[in-house]
Write a new protein. Structure first.
Lengths: 179, 390
């Protein structure tokens, strides 16, 4: 295991590799942070994965985050050769959050992307199976958005309909109609 | 074959061998759609599998999760850091210490807290006890799935002793709530060390007994050898971790790969498998229990004196920033990705669970196997829905 690989060297190498692709490269709490554009995401990830020194072959997870003015898709990759992790952040438009799927690079990304869609409504272009995963399939909100409110049934939806009412037994007094 | 939606209701029974493609009728094949779970006893919790079967043969599997989804990531955004700590051990309820550990590590590293060494040692001791307990369930339940009752009782008999020990320290059997930001809640009681040492002397012989009972049992071997093989490159690209990854021969353990806490002071092996089948994953867990005993013994021997936590303000306000911290839980890498905006509550808390990844692997592992082997393969992955659904 290459222990001598420091985070500053990682940043230098990332700068060389991702010339013109990444928006910004920094580091935070021992994790190298790369801000990427959605359009170049797959390309960026492919370079990071296939580079011999970095070799970020282990897809750790991806998730979403809501920052009120924008959404973010966060990918965390690990390498098995050195202890530096990389976090790739993609800034997304809150009204139309669309990002290319990376399932072509890592099969393991499949369910994580489904979860990000389920919780944040991020659409993954080219995802083989874009369904909700944790919530009910008929849910109408994306629950982890900061402005998500649970769907409350209106009075009309709760209304007691004649069809639902149990049949009146013989001799039973008529029920009072509910308004 | 169209894949059913998450409820599976629309397609239930509707597509078996009927229909046409390009105007020509499909040759009827006896395909059956079978719903397994979410209350099936061998799916380890509320996991539901929609199976497409051709007789005994599994053609495809669609795992449906979310039956235990409590929305913890959303709940976290409405609770203070300390309040959320109490919820953490409800995630993966068989290894609650690890859930808390990753969480407090994230908060501590955001706040740049330096821990007293005794606190780190107590964390290691309780965590390794918890790992033994979790592997007890993993092995006992796995054998139960395979139709063998005795190992289940044997493992649970010994699990009870470990549970008493951890209850002595934390006061709880399952939802420990033992970790605090800046240390642990309680120091060890006086009676813990002799009782724990007694357990450490007693337990390795019991592991040998499990092995005598299970490992070279002919039925067990024929049901697990070569079953559910995961090649190492697939395990890595899927993001598997823990014994499932090590069973495939990848020597990757966070305690060794990026030593957190005081794990670099201990001498222990990282057991790995050869073939990546169900047997190797089982064997890795057995060996890990032995290593855990070694670690606890070393930790008890080298236990330093001193305080068990540092003073922190009652209302924690970690500085703004994002952080990812992971621990090696019995099921694999349990990670917490936390975004703080400098306020009282986490802005975002994302939890990365190893069972989630392992279940996402099921469709590829199970297709082409017999339905009886489905139980063996699924059980060998040791998935837990509490962590998966969060």
């Amino acid at each position: 295991m290459n222990r001598s690989f420091t985070i500053d060297e990682a940043r230098t190498r990332a700068h060389e590799l991702l010339e013109g692709l990444a928006v910004a490269i920094s580091h935070e709490h021992g994790v190298m942070v790369i801000e990427a554009a959605a359009a170049y995401l797959v390309e960026t990830m492919k370079i990071l994965r296939d580079d011999e020194v970095f070799s970020f072959k282990y897809f750790n997870f991806m998730g979403g985050a809501d920052y009120l003015d924008h959404l973010e898709a966060v990918y965390l990759l690990r390498s098995m050769l050195h202890p530096v992790m990389v976090e790739i952040r993609v800034r997304l438009d809150r009204d139309a959050p669309v990002v290319p799927s990376v399932t072509s690079l890592w099969e393991g990304a499949n369910w994580h992307e489904r979860e990000a869609y389920d919780l944040f409504g991020i659409t993954f272009e080219g995802h083989p199976d874009p369904r909700r995963i944790l919530s009910r399939p008929d849910m109408d909100v994306f629950p982890c958005l900061k402005d998500a409110r649970p769907h409350r049934k209106t009075r009309a939806e709760w209304k007691w309909t004649a069809l639902d009412a149990p049949k009146r037994l013989p001799g039973e007094p008529p029920r009072r109609e509910r308004s | 074959m169209s894949s059913p939606d998450a409820t599976g209701r629309e397609n239930m029974g509707a597509e078996a061998g009927r229909g046409e493609v390009d105007g020509r009728p499909i040759l009827s094949m006896e395909e059956m759609l079978l719903n397994m779970g979410p209350q099936h006893p061998s799916t380890h919790g509320v996991l539901r599998l929609i199976l497409h079967l051709d007789g005994e043969l599994v053609i495809s599997v669609d795992p449906v999760i979310g039956y235990l989804h409590r929305g913890m990531e959303k709940i976290a955004e409405n609770r203070t850091y300390l309040q959320m700590l109490a919820m953490m051990s409800r995630m993966d309820y068989l290894s609650g210490i690890f859930m808390e550990w990753a969480y407090v590590r994230a908060v501590e590293d955001l706040m740049d807290l330096e821990l007293p060494p005794r606190a780190e040692y107590l964390r290691v001791i309780t965590a390794e006890l918890n790992r033994i307990m979790s592997h007890h369930v993993a092995i006992g339940d796995f054998m139960l799935n395979l139709g063998s009752w005795t190992p289940f009782f044997w493992t649970f008999r010994d699990r009870e002793i470990a549970m008493d020990l951890i209850e002595m320290v934390t006061g709880q059997r399952m939802m420990y709530n033992y970790m605090r930001v800046g240390g642990v809640r309680y120091d060890l009681p006086d009676e813990f060390e002799p009782a724990c040492r007694e357990f450490l002397d007693y337990f390795p012989a019991k592991i040998d007994e499990y092995e005598k009972l299970i490992t070279y049992n002919e039925i067990f071997l024929s049901r697990t050898l070569g079953m559910g093989v995961i090649p190492p490159h697939e395990a890595v690209s899927q993001g598997l971790s823990g014994p499932n990854l090590r069973g495939s021969g990848v020597k990757w353990d966070l305690r060794r790969a990026e030593p957190y806490s005081v794990y670099d002071e201990f001498d222990f092996e990282v057991p790995v498998g050869t073939w990546g089948d169900a047997f190797d994953r089982y064997k890795c867990r057995i060996e890990e229990m032995r290593q855990s005993v070694r670690i606890i013994r070393q930790a008890l021997d080298g236990l330093p004196d001193g305080p068990v936590n540092v003073k922190t303000p009652p209302m924690l306000r970690p500085p703004a920033g994002s952080i990812y911290r992971a621990v090696e839980s019995p099921r694999g890498e349990w990670g917490v990705y936390m975004v703080s905006n400098g306020g009282l509550r986490p802005w975002r808390l994302k939890m990365r669970d190893a069972s989630f990844v392992a279940i996402s692997m099921l469709p590829r592992l199970l297709a082409g196997n017999k339905i009886a082997d489905l139980i063996a393969i699924g059980g060998s992955l040791d998935v837990l829905m509490g962590g998966t659904d969060r």
